[in-house]
Design a protein around this ligand. Structure first.
Ligand SMILES: [Zn+2]
Length: 415
């Protein structure tokens, strides 16, 4: 069969074989305003001209609007109810421990990359942080010579067996940047261009970090500089023959009061005042080892209650608190947001746009927060860009695009 006519099916969806190399970029924390203001200010000349004929759409991300659930949705084409990764962090019902969900054993679906790779495609994945790399590259056969997957964080430790490339840092020719820097993301794009030149992959996925977006609002000089940096690499990838498709894992909003202090509802403290000690346990799925830029404060929490506590009564009490947007019982919340019921607590809580949810004040180290808090996690950060640099045919009317439709749009609807 001619490869151009080939299709690949995975997780109940079918994708056309890429006619040109497809580069999907997940710009972490890219509230739509960032690109809009960077283009308006003349900082993204390549993208501005590509969008004269390309598609500049908006989509909804997965709630909780966090990094890992959304990256896995983008690369599986399905919500967390299917792929299983509902947060950075969850309460393992088997052990009762709060654990990181970055081990592939928690993944319940194959990625689009694996399906294409199994069908003969060349695939490259470059992420900022190593926590995502193992999930995104899961199932690829690195001995094939057709798969490369590494993080800029650990590009100096790559091996053929684990990453499909020995010493990726030497290929990129840059120092390993700090995990808290814009350069961590620039490293990814530089790697992407070099892999496009040397390997000419069918599919490439580049996933950045939201370090800049957590600290700098859309249209500010540092934000514009970051988007200008990306624009230069987008132009290079385009010049190498690639189609680019851009989206985000989630948006980003200011979450502080007028004095610049984080605007926090400490849920564990609220519940401990309402119930007996140990009756309620608050889990914040934003929690990860990299807390410097958000202090583990986001707009989404889940609550585990002891069996004798009535979830509906607790939900009613929480709904009266100023700044709490919604409280759902597990079953309804999981249906609303497409989440796996066995990985969420009895209640799902989402805060308002300007508020974040914490456990208790003594469990959040906010001393590292140097700028007024910007964060995500709620429904208020659900709208993200969905951009393709080539013209697309008309999508069915009334369709609410999701960020995890990006492979469908870019592979099946580019005209
Ligand atoms: Zn993110």
């Amino acid at each position: 069969m001619n490869s151009i006519n080939k299709t690949v099916s995975v997780n109940g969806r079918t994708y056309n074989w890429p006619q040109k190399p497809l580069v999907v970029v997940c710009i972490d924390g890219s509230e739509p305003d960032y690109i809009e203001q960077a283009i308006a200010g003349g900082h993204m000349p390549y993208l501005a001209s590509a969008l004269e004929n390309g598609a500049d759409l908006r989509a909804h991300c997965v709630v909780p609007s966090f990094t890992n659930p959304n990256n896995l949705s983008i690369v599986t084409g399905q919500p967390p109810a299917v792929h299983g990764i509902s947060g950075n962090f969850f309460l393992d019902p088997e052990s009762g421990d709060e654990v990181m969900m970055n081990d592939p054993k928690f993944l319940r679906a194959d990625t689009i990359f694996k399906a294409f790779h199994d069908a003969g495609a060349k695939v490259c994945i470059v992420t900022a942080k190593d926590k995502l790399r193992r999930l995104l590259g899961h199932g690829l056969d690195f001995s094939s010579g057709r798969a490369v997957s590494f993080s800029s964080e650990k590009a100096d430790e790559t091996t053929m067996a684990e990453n499909g490339i020995d010493n990726a840092q030497a290929m990129v020719g840059r120092d390993i940047p700090s995990v808290y820097s814009a350069e961590l993301s620039e490293f990814i794009f530089d790697a992407g261009v070099k892999l496009m030149e040397s390997m000419h992959p069918d599919l490439m996925y580049l996933s950045t970090t939201d370090y800049i977006q957590h600290k700098h609002a859309p249209g500010t000089p540092v934000a514009n500089e970051f988007y200008a940096m990306m624009d230069g690499y987008f132009a290079k990838l385009d010049a190498l023959g690639a189609t680019l498709a851009l989206t985000a894992d989630h948006g980003m909003n200011a979450k502080h009061d007028d004095d610049g202090k984080p605007d926090v509802i400490y849920l564990q403290e609220v519940l401990d005042g309402m119930l007996d000690p140990g009756d309620a346990r608050v889990i914040l799925p934003i929690t990860d080892p990299y807390v410097v830029h958000h202090g583990a404060l986001g707009s989404f929490a889940t609550i585990y209650l002891n069996d004798e506590i009535d979830p509906d009564a607790v939900a009613d009490a929480l709904r009266t608190i100023d700044g709490i947007a919604t409280v759902y019982p597990r079953e309804i919340g999981c249906r609303m947001f497409g989440l796996p019921e066995d990985r969420l607590g009895d209640l799902i809580v989402v805060s308002d746009k300007s508020k974040v949810l914490g456990t208790s004040a003594d469990r959040h180290d906010l001393s590292q927060l140097k700028e007024p808090l910007r964060s995500h996690g709620g429904v208020s950060e659900q709208t993200v860009p969905l951009i393709v640099t080539k013209p697309i045919d008309e999508l069915p009317g009334g369709r609410q695009l999701r960020n995890f439709d990006i492979f469908d749009v870019a592979l099946n609807h580019v005209s």
